[in-house]
Ligand binder design. Structure first.
Ligand code: ATP
Ligand code: MG
Ligand code: MG
Length: 552
């Protein structure tokens, strides 16, 4: 394992442990179950669980499920699966903000009794207007000075469901003149007559995020509450609530820059739109930046954890190059993906001096990076297929692949020379006639003559047809937060983000490939067996190409 690089969060933790402020640390990953997790969440998971592992503390998984409108158990389940898949475990520490609804309610009455909260009858539009802006100070609500008794009575009746949605809210009594908009008497509770996926119809009122979050952290004994930079302005409110309430502890909120990845979007709302508008096949479409999509595509947890470590944590928002992620995937798969040969665009090749009917076996290394991966047998015969692109009638300067009169090496097998090109009526090349050098078995000769080009191939007698799905970036714009005016993300969808190649030919050994397995197809890329594969009809997702693998 790599050495970890320090960062400002580690510095804070180390200081708190050294000073005895905390004996051990408690972090949490608090997703709202309103969509599938994406690579940005993966960063937060790796960070929070990673810190807990490194400092022998613990990390809670908490569902921030206080907004029933958009939440669903499907998302709860997918989130648990994704965190486990990434390699982390919350053990017994699984929590739901909805488990604290009683306590949150009790604390809200506490605030009312302390004169720190009031029931407000302004509508959402009026609330917005009264709130002011960065340049316009807020105005006190006309209901701000209700008596504690009246507030308590109204709040209890809100809870009992006596009032319609939107008619009343409970608000903190802080400061409408604060330069920080979050401190202008923020709403703590709103009326929502929505069924909750865990509490059913128990509640007619639901607590707001800012209130729920800090109280949940405190109730769980979180020491370091790590969140993204947008919440920096919310920290005074986080601290305000915890200062007013009789909570067991006061966690420290620490903000870091969220991950923005080039050529994709990371908002759950927009990802949901892609799914609902059928612009992708689902949350786990291999082009999606979701963990489910990346898993299906064939990314490994090791690669994602490595990526997360490499990008580090910082205080400044930036756009991370997607090539870094691809680099991490190649690094990981190079070590453990077995090699196979697959021809994407088959061109028939006949070795005229090789006996008809003869079949020979070659031993091929499964992984040159890992001798323990062993060898496999590959069949060779007079009839082969190579890649159409590996032959040129008019080779450019420096062309090392096949052309008329040129000698190349067939990987693991023999040297061959092309002598004749056969075309159809339309003038398209349909077959190459070649001869082989019997003495070049295994891909070398005693005279040591130079043969630069090495091609992959399959044996026509034994190859199996497979489907390859080649993926590219989902969007054409690197910084999707910087779209041209009047355009939406739909204007930037890459029409070539998925190319399906049917009737590719794979070496016979792939017959045994299992769903989820990783392979390197020589010169083509890293692939993963898609779960839509059927026996005899395998589908492979290209995870990433090999980069500069195409020697001319
Ligand atoms: P969205 O805005 O897409 O709904 P969110 O931030 O509201 O995303 P949550 O479910 O609340 O999603 O996120 C859970 C945790 O993941 C939060 O602590 C949040 O800070 C973190 N997180 C979300 N997106 C990113 C990101 N792009 N980079 C780093 N951390 C992120
Ligand atoms: Mg959200
Ligand atoms: Mg959120």
């Amino acid at each position: 394992e790599k050495a970890v690089t320090s960062n400002f969060i580690r510095s804070i933790i180390e200081r708190d442990l050294a000073s005895g402020k905390h004996k051990s640390i408690v972090t949490r990953f608090p997703p709202e179950p309103n969509g599938y997790l994406h690579i940005g969440h993966a960063k937060s998971i790796c960070l929070n669980f990673g810190l807990a592992n490194d400092y022998r503390g613990r990390c809670h998984l908490r569902f921030d499920d206080s907004n029933p409108v958009k939440e669903d158990v499907e998302y709860v389940n997918s989130i648990m699966e994704d965190v486990h898949w990434l390699g982390f475990d919350w053990g017994e520490h699984l929590y739901y903000a909805s488990d604290y609804f009683d306590k949150l309610y009790e604390f809200a009455e506490y605030l009312i009794k302390a004169g720190k909260a009031f029931v407000c009858d302004l509508s959402w539009e009026e609330l917005k207007e009264y709130r002011g802006t960065l340049t316009v100070p807020g105005k006190d609500s006309p209901y701000r000075n209700r008596s504690i008794e009246e507030n308590l009575d109204l709040f209890r009746r809100m809870k009992a469901g006596e009032f319609p949605e939107g008619s009343r809210t409970l608000r903190a009594k802080i400061d409408m003149a604060s330069p920080n908009l979050n401190m202008r008497d923020p709403v703590i509770y709103r009326i929502k007559k929505t069924h909750h996926h865990r509490t059913g119809n128990d509640w007619q009122i639901y607590p707001m995020y800012d209130y729920t979050h800090c109280v949940s952290d405190a109730l769980e004994g979180i020491t370091h509450s790590i969140c993204t930079l947008e919440f920096e302005d919310h920290r005074p409110l986080y601290d305000w609530f915890l200062d007013q309430l009789p909570v067991p502890c006061h966690p420290q909120q620490i903000e870091f820059a969220r991950l923005n990845l080039a050529y994709t979007i990371m908002s759950k709302r927009l990802l949901l739109e892609l799914v609902n508008n059928h612009l992708v096949s689902g949350w786990d479409d291999p082009r999606m930046p979701t963990i489910a999509g990346m898993r299906r595509r064939g990314f490994t947890p090791e690669a994602i954890r490595d990526f997360s470590e490499r990008i580090g944590v910082s205080k400044a928002n930036s756009l991370v190059n997607d090539e870094l992620l691809m680099f991490c995937v190649r690094e990981d798969l190079n070590k453990r993906a077995e090699r196979r040969m697959v021809v994407v665009n088959p061109l028939k090749l006949t070795i005229t001096n090789y006996p008809e009917g003869k079949i020979e076996d070659f031993a091929a290394e499964n992984n040159p990076e890992d001798p323990s991966a062993g060898k496999r047998k590959i069949k060779f015969s007079r009839h082969l297929y190579i890649e159409k692109d590996d032959f040129s009638e008019n080779p450019v300067k420096g062309w090392f692949r096949l052309s008329l009169g040129k000698e190349v090496r067939l990987k693991y097998a023999y040297y061959i020379t092309c002598n004749e090109v056969i075309k159809n009526e339309k003038g398209e090349i349909i077959e190459l006639l070649c001869t082989y050098d019997e003495k070049s078995r295994g891909g070398w000769t005693e005279d040591g003559r130079k043969v630069k080009g090495t091609l992959h191939w399959v044996c026509a007698e034994s190859a199996i047809p497979v489907e390859l799905r080649l993926y590219d970036r989902l969007f054409t714009l690197a910084d999707m937060s910087n779209m041209e005016e009047g355009k939406t993300y739909q204007d930037y969808l890459n029409p070539n983000s998925l190319i399906v190649k049917q009737n590719c030919l794979a070496e016979e050994n792939l017959q045994e490939a299992k769903i989820g397995e990783h392979y390197q197809f020589l010169r083509i890329g890293y692939f993963n067996v898609d779960y839509n594969s059927k026996p005899g009809a395998l589908i492979f997702n290209r995870i990433v190409d090999l980069k500069d693998s195409w020697a001319k």
